[in-house]
Write a protein that binds this ligand. Structure first.
Ligand SMILES: Cc1cc2nc3c(=O)[nH]c(=O)nc-3n(C[C@H](O)[C@H](O)[C@H](O)COP(=O)(O)O)c2cc1C
Ligand code: SF4
Ligand code: SF4
Length: 459
């Protein structure tokens, strides 16, 4: 059976699934129960500066009947007394020496304030400190959270204040509310961070109720922006993770990254690992389904690793990263086309409509008798049956640009496959073209000439 144990910047845990700093890790009783369920670690709900929370705090996004595809929160850091949190952290760590217990902290941008909280955290026996530079609401207006994470100089300085006074591993948790995630990451490394984690929540306004006209969540008729998380943010988190893992400075530093943002199943978790995460954190899925999801996480990941022949997490981490490239490094000669499996097709015509209206008009419809027909093909004429079934879509492959829209709208899994076909074009990247034939990338006339020469037709 696959070994799921981790050693993340010196923090050891029996598995890579840790609860993120958030409501699931708000108290000792909760973290204790989570560990009983099998979570490998927990990052305590952020402690630090005094706060008062408001009511209500969460807005949920439902899509196609699925509840909580995303959550938006206007919650602050822990509003429980600092001494109570510190006492409970110490108690939980004493009871669970084999689990990773990390304390998330956020205080004023002041070295004395950081030193004080760091010493208090060290006294609990916790395994590490996570610096919360992410909160996009409430705390950022007070110069904390995202206000630090969005300004590299502040990120470096605050991190330095912590790393210079503690013996514990320091994880810097990055905010996604930046243009280039590498900027705060470099700053954190320059400040001496031992590890990075991402993503914290994304700035958002959830929705407006069309009956009441109230913005959700409504706090007595008022609203504010809040942090967005849950399954809907996973692609953004994966992008930022892979961007960091491909960055030469981050790679050279060797610091591990704890990935989070939208992990709802073991499959999501495996994707984060494949793109370079060494450990994982989960918040919204635990808030939606409870601590028990850890059983599926552990079983699913370990079975998948056994099937794939991966013995340890190190065999998985970063395995898909070599595929990541800049746009300029992609092969312009590669060609894929859509191929429809007529045995799986339910003749809903969604692919036809998508291609015809918003792609490249290269799907035709054929009647069961093999006659090309128009959409809305009627099997009856004046009440008389003229055909045995509905029209079947067929791709005109030479005209298909391989955009994959049809494959994405088709409701039947595996019905439309994007298959690779010989293009007859030279294998070349945009970067190579720019270097070898700069005119082609700068002048339309040269581009047209190149297309003719390479046999590239535009549809
Ligand atoms: C209600 C709520 C409260 C949160 N509170 C904190 C917090 O106190 N400190 C922190 O670092 N992140 C906080 N987060 C962010 C999560 O730790 C996590 O970064 C984010 O939710 C993405 O993970 P997910 O998609 O699994 O929820 C909070 C998230 C939610 C939804
Ligand atoms: S891949 Fe794009 S162009 Fe080709 S058939 Fe599908 S929608 Fe049309
Ligand atoms: S979308 Fe899929 S199922 Fe529907 S007609 Fe096209 S191929 Fe068939």
């Amino acid at each position: 059976m696959a070994d799921l144990s981790v050693n993340f910047a010196g923090i050891r845990a029996p598995n890579p699934f840790w609860l993120a700093s958030a409501p699931p890790t708000n108290s000792g009783m909760q973290v204790h129960r989570a560990f009983e369920h099998g979570w490998g670690g927990a990052v305590w709900k952020t402690i630090g500066a005094p706060v008062l929370n408001i009511s209500n705090r969460y807005g949920g996004l439902s899509l196609g009947g699925q509840r909580l595809v995303a959550i938006n929160n206007v919650e602050l850091i822990s509003d429980r007394p600092l001494e109570v949190n510190l006492r409970e952290i110490a108690e939980v760590k004493r009871m669970w020496p084999d689990r990773a217990l990390i304390v998330s902290a956020m205080v004023d941008a002041d070295p004395k304030a950081w030193r004080e909280i760091v010493m208090q955290i060290e006294d609990t026996g916790a395994d590490g400190i996570e610096l919360n530079y992410g909160c996009p609401q409430g705390m950022s207006e007070r110069g904390m959270g995202a206000a630090v994470g969005q300004v590299p100089e502040m990120c470096q300085l605050n991190t330095h204040w912590v790393t210079s006074v503690t013996r514990l591993p320091v994880i810097v948790k990055l905010t996604p509310n930046v243009t280039h995630i590498t900027d705060p990451a470099h700053a954190a490394l320059a400040g001496g961070a031992h590890a990075l984690s991402l993503i914290n929540t994304i700035n958002s306004v959830m929705k407006v109720d069309l009956d009441t006209l109230l913005v959700t969540p409504s706090i007595g008729g008022q609203a504010t922006h809040g942090g967005y998380a849950g399954p809907a943010v996973k692609p953004i988190a994966l992008h930022m993770l892979s961007e960091l893992m491909c960055d030469p400075t981050v790679r050279a530093s060797g610091v591990p990254i704890c990935g989070m943002g939208g992990i709802q199943t073991w499959r999501d978790a495996a994707e984060f690992l494949l793109l370079g995460a060494s450990a994982l954190q989960v918040c919204t899925a635990a808030m939606h389904y409870g601590y028990r999801i850890i059983e599926d996480f552990v079983d699913g990941l370990s079975n998948w690793m056994d099937d794939k022949g991966f013995a340890t997490l190190a065999d998985v981490t970063g395995r898909s990263l070599p595929q990541m490239s800049s746009f300029g490094g992609l092969d312009l000669g590669y060609q894929a086309v859509a191929r429809i499996d007529p045995d799986k097709c339910i003749q809903c015509d969604l692919c036809y409509v998508a291609c015809n209206d918003t792609a490249h008009q290269c799907i035709d419809l054929y009647s069961p008798e093999g006659v090309k027909v128009n959409p809305g093909f009627n099997v009856r004429d004046g009440g008389k049956q003229v055909a045995q079934g509905r029209a079947t879509p067929v791709v005109r492959e030479p005209d298909c640009v391989g955009c994959a829209l049809c494959a994405n709208v088709c409701p039947v899994d595996g019905c439309i496959e994007m298959v690779s076909v010989p293009s007859g074009r030279p294998s070349v990247t945009w970067d190579q073209l720019t270097a070898t034939r700069p005119a082609v990338t700068q002048e339309w006339a040269a581009m047209e000439a190149y297309r003719k020469e390479a046999g590239i037709e535009i549809h």
